[in-house]
Design a protein around this ligand. Sequence first.
Ligand code: SF4
Length: 253
Amino acid sequence: MIANVGGVVPLSTVDWHGRSSVVVFLNGCPFRCGYCHNYDLLTKSNPTDLELVKKRIKESKPYVSAVVFLGGEPLMQENAVEEIAAFAKENNLLVGIHTNGFYPEAAALLIEKKLADKFFIDIKAPLENEIYNKTAGIQNEKISERIQETIRIVDESSAELEIKTTVFPELVGTKEQIAEISKWINENIHQKEKLTCVLQQGKGGNSNDPVFQEMTFLSPEEMDILVEIVLENLKNTAVFTQTDEEGRVLKKK
Ligand code: SF4
């Protein structure tokens, strides 16, 4: 199969916390988040024979326990993910998928075929269309519905789930917004034992958008104030902060 591949990183220790993985980047994304660091992948075309990707995975296999998909939005190319994930499984590797949550049908298919072990899903904003569309840089009347559906499908499966919210004080990052997101997680995700949450310090420096490049960002101490709000709403959940200064820090388990 030919797919639009952004590249393969042979060894990563940061894209699935606690595991070493080989990372497959797939080009294309329906969103246009102003803070996107991988904006060059959003519109890039690089038709690639997936046999080459499989070869790279084979080369990494002695050093990794998982294949992780990143993008762009990997589930835009559902068939490519399915083929590579099946290959990973044949090689006794776990499969992790970073997704913006916009493709619940693709997530359901991968779960049904037992081809995904962990989903890393962004909740970029409170799950209401207006703020979500603004954050994602698009206009879609089903955006919130589709993301909630993806999370529901993963929660009802045996796959692990990590939810990440990236905080920009001038976009999504007030105490009220963080409380709203964490309350939603608490009320809607039932398998808390396989859930981790990450509050990530947003920085616009690597973005392509001058507005984001100039945006202020929160210090680790300011992030901790927001984490307290998450912890108040999410009991029995592993909550992490992720900042450039301190890296990934577990706040509670
Ligand atoms: S969903 Fe991710 S890849 Fe797509 S535009 Fe937003 S940050 Fe970039």
